[in-house]
Design a protein around this ligand. Structure first.
Ligand code: ATP
Length: 260
């Protein structure tokens, strides 16, 4: 069953057709990659899915309900989450407090003089930190974390909102190769165990072919291919247009529901 259904999504910036008639579906519990060269339209596509950019035409539906044109906060509330970088304000808080703040926001509680953030949702925060392997760092300041651990914290914060769909825009950017693999393996486990559906963009093809269940390829705003890793590797259009005729990686992608 599809969680997110995208139909004919189109966006122009002046004379530039940034996203052109893009149609695809994100299945329940699917780990779907959106790849393409620089300027292919990946970010624009994402921003139309989460409400940051209004499409010129086309629709986005979450579990059958049209969400096109809704403001980002409404889309977020309905269950289309995304990972955010921990900003400076949040960096001065502890790891646990970052997740607690996200839980407070999710449960729509307002902090008052009488409600100390240090107590609210601590058990739930700890469970999420445990899920991403960060429980032992709960009391540390977020600004003291290694980059890979910060990414795990960002994942826990995103999960605190209990998303049905999680959008991850270049989740492994700036990470060392070993950290990339660890983060994507963890995300794959969460996809399998929690049933969250993930759509991610990624420039590292090793990461894409090792972890994605299925791959969408954008080029100049158009969806030029869609399929499993082996199908994408064998696709001549992808090879010619996107990879300049080069060969792709030989690793085998996991099947939906499998733990990478
Ligand atoms: N706000 C904007 N105004 C004008 N042009 C834009 C705007 N945002 C994106 N574009 C253009 O739209 C095209 C698609 O950009 P987009 O950022 O979506 O691509 P991308 O695939 O995410 O690229 P990258 O991999 O480099 O992040 C590019 O040509 C870009 O210059």
């Amino acid at each position: 069953m599809s969680v997110l259904t995208v139909t004919g999504l189109t966006k122009r910036f002046g004379g530039l057709l940034a996203v052109s008639d893009v149609t695809f579906a994100l299945g329940s519990g699917e780990f779907l990659a959106l790849i393409g060269p620089n300027g292919a339209g990946k970010t624009t596509c994402f921003n139309m899915l989460n409400g940051y950019i209004r499409p010129d035409s086309g629709t986005v539906a979450l579990e059958g309900r049209t969400i096109t044109g809704m403001p980002p906060r409404a889309v977020w509330r309905l269950g289309v989450g995304r990972t955010f970088q921990i900003t400076q304000t949040f960096a001065s808080m502890t790891v646990a407090e970052n997740v607690q703040m996200a839980l407070i926001s999710h449960h729509r509680r307002t902090l008052s003089m009488f409600a100390r953030a240090t107590r609210l949702y601590r058990a739930e925060a700890d469970a999420l930190l445990d899920r991403v392997g960060m429980l032992q760092h709960a009391e540390r300041g977020a600004n003291t974390l290694a980059y890979g651990d910060l990414k795990r914290l960002e994942l826990a914060v995103a999960l605190a909102h209990r998303p049905k769909v999680l959008l991850m825009d270049e989740p492994t950017a700036g990470m060392a190769p070993a950290e990339r693999t660890a983060l994507m393996a963890l995300t794959g486990e969460i996809v399998a165990s929690e049933g969250v559906s993930v759509l991610f963009t990624e420039h590292d093809m090793d990461v894409v072919f090792a972890h994605a269940h299925r791959i969408l390829v954008l080029n100049r705003g158009e969806l030029i291919a869609e399929g499993t890793g082996p199908e994408i590797r064998a696709n001549r259009t992808v090879q010619d247009v996107y990879l300049g005729g080069g060969t792709l990686m030989s690793s085998t992608p996991p099947q939906p529901g499998a733990t990478p």
